[in-house]
Ligand binder design. Sequence first.
Ligand SMILES: Nc1ncnc2c1ncn2[C@@H]1O[C@H](COP(=O)(O)OP(=O)(O)O)[C@@H](O)[C@H]1O
Ligand SMILES: [Mg+2]
Length: 192
Amino acid sequence: MINTLLNERYRILKTIGKGGFSETFLAQDVFSSALRVVKCLKLSSTPSETAQELFETEIQILYQLGHLSQQIPALFDHFVEERSLYLVQEFIDGHDLAQETEHTQTWNQTKIIELLRQVLPALQFLHSHQVIHGDIKPRNMIRRKDGQLVLIDFGAVKFASSSSSVLLFCPICRRRNRRLHAQRTTIRAIAL
Ligand SMILES: Nc1ncnc2c1ncn2[C@@H]1O[C@H](COP(=O)(O)OP(=O)(O)O)[C@@H](O)[C@H]1O
Ligand SMILES: [Mg+2]
């Protein structure tokens, strides 16, 4: 795959991630020379339609919201080639939060408050568009070189109903509503 030119435009430089059904590459846009992140879903070996639906939702949400927030990568392109579905997104130059936490057992209060101040506006922005990230964890947050936190990996993203945040406090509704479960997971992930 390395050195392959995709869609006559994106030169694959290296592999930067490998998930359940998808693979992620650092690439260069040969038109502009800009670095891009290319994520690939192999349609031929994707066992379920759900994986494809999730990938398509990731594309849809990044197109809609990526250009509206500095804390979400912009989506520049998507295409099908050789029975694989690709998305091309903004490369966030920095390091993920897992690298910041790996040498520290506990964070002091100041650091935690600083983290919440940085990440909560991004979640609030998503929730204000009825979108739940669904996979908040240190590896899915990149601290850009300017210090700002950016959320990545919208592979588990979901649309929520506008009433979710109210229903969140109703235990019976909570059990019935999978979307709410996703939102609780977000809150729990942030709490951890
Ligand atoms: N926009 C981005 N900018 C920089 N690196 C990224 C970006 N998106 C993903 N990555 C890197 O690629 C890895 C895999 O991408 P991700 O979207 O998290 O897929 P997966 O579903 O495999 O976890 C991430 O852990 C991160 O290191
Ligand atoms: Mg990830």
